[in-house]
Design a protein around this ligand. Structure first.
Ligand code: PRP
Length: 211
């Protein structure tokens, strides 16, 4: 039946391999996913499941619009992007954190002036400082945010820290943690109603196979 078909949106890059490993672990044939070349829509043979590969924010967009039933996406993107979907499981991989980082030895809170924070995640950053009751100026940067404090654009950055190598190699250090991050399973709200049995069957399989 057409509406039993399930489509999963998977975030390309960093968490992709772990997500494919998980699908394999639950018994799916992931050979097309392992040998995908430049293909963006892949099928899992023997299952009525299609996998699409997309950038993190687009994974959320596809799930929100209901063209994908499931999404596998980092909590970082969920926190920044928001949206209407169910966050149904913490998949446990892709673990890292949001942190406020400064130049080595710097005290972010020193002095009285309003501090400037550079980030690719302005919503996460705004909420974090609002919760702390601290007024900051936020500058949106598209990438290599570590540069901003080095060239004097910002007093600190809010960014993803995994191993800490990028900070270290650029003379920066974590001032404090902002939030933990890991890959999450999200589900379209309507799919969960219309294909409940099939969706929950997959969710159960995934949950059983989490490390
Ligand atoms: C993130 C982040 C840091 C780096 C941290 O970038 O912006 O640059 O990873 O990792 P580390 O603590 O292990 O050094 P990412 O690789 O996700 O690329 P991006 O700049 O495109 O976000």
């Amino acid at each position: 039946m057409e509406n039993k078909k399930v489509r999963i949106a998977l975030t390309k890059g960093r968490i992709e391999n772990k997500a494919v490993d998980l699908l394999e672990k639950i018994g799916y044939d992931v050979s097309e996913l392992r040998n995908k070349g430049r293909k963006l829509i892949l099928s899992i043979s023997g299952e009525d499941i299609e996998v699409v590969l997309a950038k993190a924010a687009d994974v959320i967009t596809y799930v929100e619009h209901g063209v994908c039933d499931f999404g596998i996406v980092g909590k970082d993107t969920i926190m920044e992007h928001g949206g209407k979907f169910y966050e149904i499981a913490d998949l446990g991989f892709g673990r890292c954190r949001f942190a406020l980082a400064v130049k080595e030895g710097a005290d972010f809170f020193a002095g009285y002036g309003v501090k400037t924070v550079a980030t690719k995640y302005p919503n996460v950053t705004r909420r974090h400082f609002e919760e702390m009751g601290i007024d900051v100026d936020i500058v949106k940067i598209e990438g290599s945010v570590e540069l901003a404090p080095l060239v004097g654009l910002a007093d600190g950055i809010v960014d993803i820290v995994e191993t800490g190598t990028t900070l270290k190699e650029n003379g920066l250090e974590v001032f404090h943690d902002v939030a933990p991050i890991s890959a999450r399973l999200i589900v379209n709200t309507v799919s969960l109603k219309l294909k409940q049995e099939r969706i929950l069957e997959i969710v159960d399989k995934i949950k059983e196979n989490l490390e």
